[in-house]
Write a new protein. Structure first.
Lengths: 333, 144
């Protein structure tokens, strides 16, 4: 049977022809299969890159430069040795102190002290004040009277009252630091922050019989601003494309409620951060001709020429070139 | 030579072979041409939809309550063309139509919901490209 079939030559041409036809057909369609396989792999790789370059955006606090006082006003007390105020005495932690002795206010009050310092910050416009998240106060000082301490007050320009910062200056030289809530209240329209140091007994109505001396080695104020921080949570580089700035409620200028800033080519290596700061030298948001917010980008981050609207919660949404997005919000006073 | 030209015996097999070759070549050319055209159309059309990746950057329910601005970004490997937008299952007019988004570029369009939009409602968006791929998402309108 098998021998007969092998010896039968009729139909050989059909078999060879069919095989050839199938080979040619396979050759044609294999191109499509190969192409499809290749692009599927490329797109899988793209999706994997996307999943491996997720980002996070959050608001953080940028520590402001230390501002020192150039202005002292002694209401009660006397400098010792008696001399004018040298601002450098309270500028550095160098052992050169400004010393003020308590003054005798008579048998009812005893020895008292009351001295004010004014600090000129650069936050001299309401637009800049909106970007301030905290006012930090630092005092390195001592008060020689062992029976009492000195209290530190900050002037609230909104309530027009001195507010107790809860800082105390005691017998030993040490740092006393605090962060003042509602920072905009403590900076006036011209950028001035005022601090008052008074002895405790005069505030508590106690007759102070010991004369103390206040020695201030360093007195500084920081106006800390808000900035945006983008973190690459993945294992491959994330390239920023845009920062969307969206007002959560309609403003008086509704056409500018959804604006954006182009961040290309800002890249963030795996696990690292990029900072997006606000330009505090401007009074209103600056736009390019295409409607985007002006921005300057360098290797470390970006600075956007954006001024947030007053009393608005703003959503910041960063968008990467691989379609990843992250958002955070911030309320501006 | 004369003997060869006068010999009519082999004309039929020669002609038939030439004819056969001609038919096969023509047939294969037609098949190849069709196939090339088919592959080209497939790669540019439905097959290329694999390379389309579009992301919705921003959906802005505009204060006039009649328009919605949509920003899109193409992070795929081919230019994308959006030619249909559906909101809550209803097809909307939009301008420009279609929206062409080159690779690595942003583009926007303004859609016109039939009855406008209302505050504090969730809208389901579906954007369909010319190649048939779709981008979907749900967006809440502002409450004020």
């Amino acid at each position: 049977m098998l021998r007969r079939m092998l010896k039968n030559r009729s139909g050989t041409a059909e078999i060879v022809g069919t095989v050839l036809f199938l080979v040619i057909l396979f050759f044609f369609f294999s191109n499509v299969f190969l192409w499809h396989n290749q692009i599927s792999q490329e797109m899988d790789s793209l999706i994997a890159d996307k999943m491996n370059s997720a980002v996070r955006i959050e608001t953080i606090i940028l520590s402001g430069q230390a501002v020192h006082s150039d202005n002292e006003h002694i209401t009660i007390g006397a400098p010792t040795p008696y001399r004018d105020y040298y601002p450098q005495d309270t500028r550095n932690l160098d052992g050169h102190s400004r010393s003020i002795q308590e003054e005798d206010l008579g048998p009812q009050n005893g020895w008292s002290l009351d001295v004010d310092y004014a600090f000129a910050t650069a936050i001299d416009a309401p637009e800049k004040k909106r970007l301030i998240s905290a006012v930090r106060l630092g005092v390195y000082a001592s008060f020689s009277d062992p029976s009492e301490a000195c209290f530190v007050y900050a002037y609230d320009w909104v309530d027009t009252a001195w507010i107790d910062t809860r800082l105390m200056i005691t017998k030993e030289n040490r740092w006393s630091n605090t962060t003042l809530p509602f920072p905009a209240s403590y900076i006036d329209g011209g950028g001035i922050v005022k601090i008052r140091i008074v002895d405790a007994s005069s505030q508590l109505g106690i007759n102070d019989t010991l004369r103390g001396t206040l020695s201030i080695d360093c007195l500084e104020v920081h106006a800390d601003s808000i900035e945006l921080d983008v973190t690459n949570l993945g294992g491959s580089d994330a390239f920023m494309s845009r920062l969307w700035i969206v007002n959560s409620t309609q403003t008086t200028n509704p056409e500018k409620d959804h604006i954006y800033s182009n961040l290309e080519p800002l890249s963030t290596p795996p696990g690292s951060h990029r900072e997006i700061t606000f330009n505090m030298a401007i009074e209103e948001t600056q736009f390019n001709q295409d409607g985007s917010v002006k921005v300057s980008v360098d290797a470390q981050g970006a600075m956007i020429n954006y001024v947030p609207p007053s009393g608005q919660t703003v959503i910041f949404r960063v968008f990467t070139t691989l379609g990843n997005t992250a958002a955070c919000s911030c309320s501006f006073p | 030579m004369r003997k060869l030209s006068r010999n009519r015996k082999a004309v039929s097999p020669v002609l038939s072979t030439i004819l056969l070759i001609l038919i096969v070549v023509l047939g294969m050319s037609v098949a190849f041409g069709f196939f090339v055209s088919f592959v080209k159309d497939y790669q540019a059309g439905r097959g290329g939809s694999v390379m389309e990746l579009i992301s919705v950057e921003d959906v802005w329910f505009k204060p006039d309550h009649t328009t919605i601005e949509i920003w899109l970004y193409n992070y795929g490997k081919v230019e994308a063309k959006i030619n249909a937008i559906y909101v809550n299952g209803m097809q909307l007019d939009f301008d420009p139509n279609p929206i062409q988004i080159p690779v690595g570029k942003h583009n926007n369009t303004v859609a016109y919901p039939t009855n406008g939009w209302v505050n504090d409602a969730v809208y389901s968006f579906k954007l369909v490209t010319e190649r048939g791929s779709a981008v979907e998402g749900e967006y809440r309108s502002p409450n004020t």
